[in-house]
Design a protein around this ligand. Sequence first.
Ligand code: ATP
Ligand code: MG
Length: 266
Amino acid sequence: MSPPALTVTDLTVDYGPVRALREVSLTVPEAGFAAVLGSNGAGKSTLLRAVSGVLPYHGGTVRSGAVTAGGTALHGRRADQIVRQGVVQVPEGREVFARMSVADNLRAGALGARDRKSVAAARERVLRLFPVLAEREKQRAGLLSGGEQQMLAIGRALMAEPRLLLLDEPSLGLAPIMIGRIAETIRAINGEGIAVLLIEQNATLALQLASYAYVLEVGAIALEGPAAELAASAEIRDRYLGVSQEATEEEIAAAGPSRTLARWSG
Ligand SMILES: Nc1ncnc2c1ncn2[C@@H]1O[C@H](COP(=O)(O)OP(=O)(O)OP(=O)(O)O)[C@@H](O)[C@H]1O
Ligand SMILES: [Mg+2]
């Protein structure tokens, strides 16, 4: 059996005197799909920053614990080395380069020493997945709608040919129809064998997409289980699923069938 795409073990993180994560442990199986739910300030983004190695840029420090991906230790490595290990983050708020063109944003995602042929192939696949980006390739990224910018942010991450994609609240601030489209795309990406760790406040959405889910509360895992079980739990419904389940199911259905991709990893 191949090692998990991600294993986080007893991870404790501080921002100066503020403890943001306490002994958090979780696993994403190879090609699996896990979600982390939690309300504002629970520590969701901190968890992703610790995994992707950008925590120091936010003034955070890993106090203890371990992070491994595909059997390789990630903690202590630089962010660019972690990307080369196939672990790529789509940050909260998308953070596309607004003044750069769509094409240049995608190019920026294809890291360093890769040959032109494989970069071109990755670009082809991203444009097939997000045709709207193909139409807008020469446009400045800042002129795209919020949903299109989210597509670009995901597309840019895919340019690095990840084995594990880390998504920080991709549905945030998007219209329902756009949430449905992004959801279908994420499902299609996972269907191609790319493992996904999805961070969401939209619990309904996350539990529909993921197989397994964790609930973060003030920096600690309060609850975990198969997504279907959490979705059916009365406690989860009351505490985290404010909106109606049916609405999101309709949103996903309205987005139509998922697109098929050529294989990402070759
Ligand atoms: N750069 C930072 N410096 C200091 N404290 C921070 C920093 N970033 C986050 N925190 C604190 O760490 C805790 C966890 O924040 P984090 O951003 O990880 O939460 P979150 O679950 O992603 O919230 P949201 O849903 O609002 O994005 C919060 O108490 C927050 O105030
Ligand atoms: Mg966050």
